[in-house]
Design a protein around this ligand. Structure first.
Ligand code: IMP
Ligand code: MG
Length: 432
């Protein structure tokens, strides 16, 4: 048994794609367990840039087996396009990708509903800044028990019946935004084309994953988004509609929670967030602008500029606790090079009181002022830095300080997009 769950500790975009790709080399299989095409994993492979939305980053490594588990919501059209794009670039997907029959689908009306809520002037305060990929409405249908799963899509008559039911339920609302008759036809036509495509990949992934674990294969469970976007533990309601935390791996993949051996948290050397919602250490000044430009902090899915700010220890401590993280991979340390002073948030001041846990109250989180510890910056990280000793002294001090605050062991420091630009600090293997 040898499995690792890889989770984001902040608001997503911590660099999970690169680390999954790095560790994927040592693994046999990679499983994506939640979220949908809202994710954007940027990976540089063979000098080429790939942005993946649904398919695990492991697909870029020849011969690795990839799974999309039942906890994921799948837009069949965007999956089709992603597979086409990969195959066009000579990445073989057929025979290496297995998709859960139990995963729920995102259909065109989910995207309409997502955009409608975002744009509704009657509900200005309900704007979340979603990716408009239909994630929330698709998960809502799943919980409401009107959802359509991959297995339902594959059975033509079941699908047509469920589609009718859904369109009838949503018709009144949809009429304000689209021609429902045209929409019905579009979905049915699309299903005719996409059904044979999806059929090639669909299966009971729980059986395959459990059997791989029994055979002692090395499996990575890859999350999308981050802990602060978790539907339960994130900054609700400014969250995504799934559980990106490690605790979800069991129910989202159909394995026992006792099958997860280690949990690796991915943490960026500063903080970013896309969309609306609280972000205590956000910088709206030249430093924030600099982090965005140097760190290329623009959404991989929507192209939106990411909000940038200092490292927030309260966020990472919460993530370490909730996910059961023992090891961390620190990413994008190189982006901080050249900054005179680096600030790290160690507590918040709320109504004159010092607070050391990230508050759950929507009101209090708006009122908090970060308390910072300042550390001297470092000038430059040598392009070929591969060992701890290659890092400037102040960079090492910064990393050590973050490790002390976070409560997890920093096992990797990432200094760029490519696999080579990584320092492995912990010689002990992650695989048990
Ligand atoms: P949704 O997941 O599209 O419903 O969006 C909900 C919130 O999560 C918005 O603030 C999005 O910007 C954010 N979000 C969703 N996916 C990602 C991601 O992969 N990285 C960063 N933020 C994301
Ligand atoms: Mg991303």
């Amino acid at each position: 048994m040898s499995t690792i769950a890889i989770v984001g500790t902040q608001w997503g975009d911590e660099g999970k794609g690169k680390i999954v790709h790095l560790l994927g080399k040592e693994a046999d299989g990679i499983v994506r367990y939640q979220g949908g095409p809202n994710a954007g994993h940027t990976v540089v492979f063979d000098g080429k840039l790939f942005v993946l939305h649904l398919i695990p980053a492991g697909i870029l490594i020849p011969k690795k087996i990839c799974f999309i588990a039942n906890g994921v919501v799948i837009d069949p059209l965007s999956l089709y396009e992603e597979v086409q794009l990969l195959e066009k670039r000579n990445i073989k997907v057929s025979g290496r990708l297995f998709i859960s029959e139990l995963a729920h689908l995102i259909l065109p009306y989910h995207k309409i509903l997502d955009a409608a809520r975002e744009d509704s002037s009657a509900a200005g305060s309900r704007k979340i800044g979603t990716t408009r990929k239909g994630i929330g409405p698709a998960y809502a249908d799943k919980v409401e028990r009107t959802g359509i799963r991959v297995i339902d899509y594959l059975e033509e008559d079941t699908f047509e019946e469920l589609l009718e039911q859904n369109l009838r339920l949503k018709e009144k609302f949809l009429q304000g935004f689209t021609d429902v008759e045209k929409l019905r036809k579009e979905i049915l036509d699309q299903a005719k084309k996409l059904r044979p495509f999806l059929k090639k990949f669909a299966c009971d992934t729980s059986i395959l994953i459990n059997s791989a674990i029994e055979k002692k294969k090395k499996i990575i469970f890859e999350s999308a988004q981050g802990t602060m976007l978790d539907i339960d533990f994130g900054t609700y309601p400014y969250v995504t509609s799934s559980n990106p935390i490690s605790g979800a791996v069991g129910s989202d993949c159909g394995i026992g929670p006792n099958k997860i051996d280690s949990i690796l948290g991915i943490v960026k050397a500063y903080t970013t967030r896309v969309g609306e919602g609280p972000f205590p250490t956000e910088l709206k000044d030249a430093d924030g602008e600099r982090l965005r430009e140097v760190g290329k902090e623009f959404g991989a899915t929507t192209g939106r500029p990411r909000r940038c700010g200092w490292f927030d220890a309260l966020v990472v401590q919460r993530s370490v606790r909730i996910n059961g993280i023992t090891k961390l991979a620190l990413t994008k340390l190189d982006v901080l090079a050249g900054m005179e002073t680096l600030k790290v948030c160690v507590a918040y001041k709320i109504k004159g009181k010092t607070v050391t846990h990230f508050p759950n109250s929507r009101k209090l989180i708006k009122e908090c002022t970060p308390i910072y510890k300042s550390l001297p910056g470092f000038k430059e990280i040598p392009k070929n830095a591969r060992r701890w000793e290659d890092l400037p002294l102040n960079a090492r001090r910064y990393v050590q300080y973050l490790q002390k605050l976070s409560g997890g062991k920093i096992s990797f420091v990432s200094l760029g997009r490519s696999r080579e630009e990584t320092i492995r600090l912990d010689p002990s293997s992650l695989w048990i």
